[in-house]
Ligand binder design. Structure first.
Ligand SMILES: NC(=O)c1ccc[n+]([C@@H]2O[C@H](COP(=O)([O-])OP(=O)(O)OC[C@H]3O[C@@H](n4cnc5c(N)ncnc54)[C@H](O)[C@@H]3O)[C@@H](O)[C@H]2O)c1
Length: 266
């Protein structure tokens, strides 16, 4: 199987490229990566090109990883081939029509792909075969875990949820660290303690399979220090702020699908 990544020099395209080779889904020589400028120097044995049509012609699977705003300028035909898009907002029908195939998948990874911990939901057109699903599961498995989900509405929503990857936990972490530092904790200790909290939380939730709602309830029922913190955060609008943030992210995700013009101008 030969794989091509349009936008292979980007944040996500590059992470996927390195993961595919590391997981031995494809040898570097069978990987084609397109970029708009000089090849960056990593994966030197992959085939680098500026010609997206040449990339599609020498690949069995084409991954689309340009920003949604740059998609209208990508002219590429991959008739009948499996095309996997990671682009926010851009629809299956748009891709199928432009590329000329009925085998299209929309997958939504996140930046933890860089450390093999992306959660990547995906959905497929009716033309996607059982063999294609096995291929997509291998692609997704190389950067972490994922699930096939029912329809594009779920992908559009998940773009603003799991697609944001480390962003919301980092937002919480930054607020926690800022507050700790204003209370006299050294920045190094604040950062180390908060990162340990995030990693520890992830590992605990994974290990116990506990619903986070139960974790919160357990601490609230304990009626101690943590309960006081949780209740004050909720009274100050924590849940509302999260809902509003997710609604804004969904709105942007839908709007990006109809975005026009180069990302540089966005
Ligand atoms: N960054 C994320 O966390 C994230 C998460 C999920 C999905 N995505 C999606 O992944 C896609 C890529 O995002 P990114 O963050 O990697 O962006 P990026 O800007 O880092 O990478 C995009 C790459 O595409 C290149 N490019 C643009 N037009 C091109 C063309 N015509 N031919 C070849 N290369 C071209 C750019 O030069 C750039 O290197 C986007 O559609 C985005 O919605 C990103």
């Amino acid at each position: 199987m030969r794989i091509g990544i349009i936008g292979g020099n980007g944040w996500i395209g590059g992470a996927v490229a390195r993961a595919l080779v590391a997981a031995e889904v494809v040898p570097a020589g069978d990987l084609t990566l397109s970029c708009r400028s000089e090849p960056p120097g990593w994966l030197p044995t992959a085939h680098w090109t500026r010609d997206n049509q040449a990339l599609a012609d020498r690949s069995d699977v084409v991954i689309l990883s340009v920003r949604p705003q740059d998609w209208p300028a990508v002219a590429v035909a991959a008739p009948g081939k499996l095309v996997v898009s990671v682009m926010a907002g851009v629809t299956l029908a748009d891709i199928a029509g432009r590329v000329g195939t009925d085998r299209v998948v929309r997958a939504m990874p996140n930046a933890a792909a860089d450390v093999g911990r992306s959660y990547t939901p995906w959905t497929a057109t009716a033309g996607v075969t059982d063999d294609d699903r096995v291929t997509v599961a291998r692609l997704v498995g190389s950067i972490g875990s994922g699930d096939e989900v029912a329809g594009e509405a779920v992908i559009d929503y998940m773009t603003g949820l799991s697609g944001t990857g480390p962003a919301y936990p980092a937002l919480l972490a930054a607020a926690l660290i800022r507050d700790a530092v204003t209370h006299g904790v050294s920045p190094e200790v604040a950062r180390r303690s908060v990162v340990a909290m995030l990693v520890g939380t992830g590992r605990l939730l994974e290990k116990t399979d506990e619903d986070p709602e139960e974790t919160v309830a357990e601490f609230v029922e304990y009626r101690g220090v943590t309960a006081a913190g949780i209740e004050a955060m909720r009274a100050a609008g924590f849940d509302t702020a999260v809902s509003k943030g997710l609604a804004a992210a969904l709105g942007k995700s839908l709007a990006l699908g109809t975005a026009k013009g180069p990302s540089d101008a966005a």
